[in-house]
Ligand binder design. Structure first.
Ligand SMILES: [Zn+2]
Ligand SMILES: [Zn+2]
Length: 263
């Protein structure tokens, strides 16, 4: 499977050189690799000083590596946008200018807080905190720019302080149904993201992915969300096992056009 969710030094929180992933992917027999650096204009419009990735430098490095490793591996040029309705216009321009192979549309901020940090949940019940997060995810699915993938649904559960931090389908069935139906209607892809700090194998919870299939969804992508080599391709086997069992395929993108991976 192609890992489409990888961060390098070009992302503010990345800890690895792009080339190190490429070398590792070749060593381990991968056919292709997809990078998805952060571009958090959502932070910028909320007055946060999180640095924006230098997309020109990132693209130049991808081009250099494509030449250097030609014939050995395919390298995909993706991006991860942090959704905010005030960032829509800017994202549309970037997509037009850079012609990414694919765009991952993710929600990180709810209000001014990155809901990854426990700070976000501290004065809220689980129902309130996760409900607000899922409402923003629902809004993000309808974002008015062309993207391919909805990233890591359930992100707010990664580090929350609740005793049971999971975000299962049954606790938020109405919101999940609205989100999943909108993903299907818009014909975009649901990411299975293996960056989880709990016992869950991937985000979103398996029962959410199963509900997506029950509603007619068939389009999945895989992402480790690695920020260094340690987590590169983590739990790929778990995602593969799930997709195989359900008779589903995994996809990657060239110039925004989806193709199936061989499972
Ligand atoms: Zn993300
Ligand atoms: Zn990411």
């Amino acid at each position: 499977m192609t890992d489409l969710h990888i961060h390098t030094y070009f992302s503010h929180d990345g800890r690895e050189k792009t080339e190190n992933y490429v070398k590792k992917a070749i060593e381990t027999g991968k056919k292709r690799i997809g990078f998805s650096e952060h571009y958090d204009y959502d932070c910028y419009v909320n007055g946060d000083d999180t640095p924006l990735s230098d997309i020109d430098a990132y693209r130049a490095e991808i081009e250099r590596l494509r030449k250097k490793y030609e014939g050995q591996i395919e390298i995909l040029f993706g991006i991860e946008f942090g959704y905010d309705k005030r960032a829509v216009e800017h994202y549309r321009e970037l997509i037009e200018r850079y012609k990414f192979d694919y765009v991952i549309n993710s929600v990180h901020l709810v209000g001014k807080h990155d809901c990854y940090y426990d700070e976000y949940c501290k004065d809220l019940s689980k129902r309130e905190a996760y409900g607000l997060y899922l409402k923003k995810v629902l809004e993000s699915v309808s974002a008015d720019y062309p993207y391919q993938i909805i990233g890591h649904i359930g992100y707010a559960a990664r580090y929350s302080h609740y005793e049971d931090k999971k975000m299962p389908y049954c606790e938020f069935a109405d919101l999940f149904d609205e989100i999943l139906k909108e993903i299907i209607r818009r014909d975009v892809f649901l990411e299975l993201n293996t960056s989880t700090k709990s016992e869950t194998e991937f985000l979103p919870d398996k029962d959410v992915a199963e509900r997506y299939i029950d509603l007619g969804g068939k389009k999945f992508t895989y992402g480790s969300d690695a920020h260094d080599l340690k987590r590169f391709y983590e739990k790929e086997d778990k995602v593969k096992e799930f997709l195989r069992k359900k008779g589903m395929s995994n996809y990657f993108f060239r110039n925004g056009i989806a193709e199936k991976d061989e499972l």
